[in-house]
Design a protein around this ligand. Structure first.
Ligand code: NI
Length: 172
């Protein structure tokens, strides 16, 4: 099921999300819905608060080349356990801030630990777009958006545009 994506500004996008203590069928369904919603958008990542659920759950798939095999990842309670000193700049966007982009600097590689759809612990070093995306999504679980990493003036401009867009969509 495709779920509606919340648009910035929204108080639910500012909340620190709660840990998932135990996996339930309801949470697995939510994760599957989030993947479907992300592919449909289309996007490379989605966090539970973006569909109004304040739990520590993200999904991502940064395979963008046509013809390449998809790699949907479902991460419960994802954690960055190490990050490189070396930084990387990516022009980021967000499904909650459609069509607006900004350069964000983050660690180039990160070591991530999470619980998968079967409740098994996973651990992986991520690089490139995957590293950027997983950091962006984990930020969402802390109530943080990519625009919180950029200069206040540019952030305010983006927020003003979003307020206007939401008004036009009748979602303000
Ligand atoms: Ni986002």
């Amino acid at each position: 099921m495709i779920r509606p994506i919340l648009l910035h500004p929204d108080p639910r996008l500012k909340k620190v999300c709660a840990d998932v203590p135990d996996l339930t069928d309801e949470l697995r369904t939510l994760a599957d819905d989030m993947l479907q919603t992300m592919y449909d958008a289309p996007g490379v990542g989605l966090a539970a608060p973006q569909v109004g659920i304040l739990n520590r759950l993200i999904v991502l798939d940064c395979v963008k080349e046509e013809g390449e095999t998809v790699r949907p990842l479902i991460m419960f309670n994802p954690e960055i356990i190490a990050s490189s000193d070396e930084k990387n700049v990516y022009e980021e966007g967000c499904l909650s801030i459609p069509d607006l982009f900004a350069d964000v600097t983050r660690p180039k590689t990160v070591q991530v630990r999470w619980m998968d759809r079967d409740g098994k612990e996973q651990n992986e070093e991520m690089d490139g777009l995957w590293a950027t995306c997983v950091q962006h999504e984990i930020d969402h679980l802390e109530g943080k958006l990519f625009i919180d990493h950029i200069k206040p003036l540019r952030r305010q401009m983006i927020t003003r545009k979003m307020v206007k867009l939401k008004r036009e969509l009748g979602r303000g």
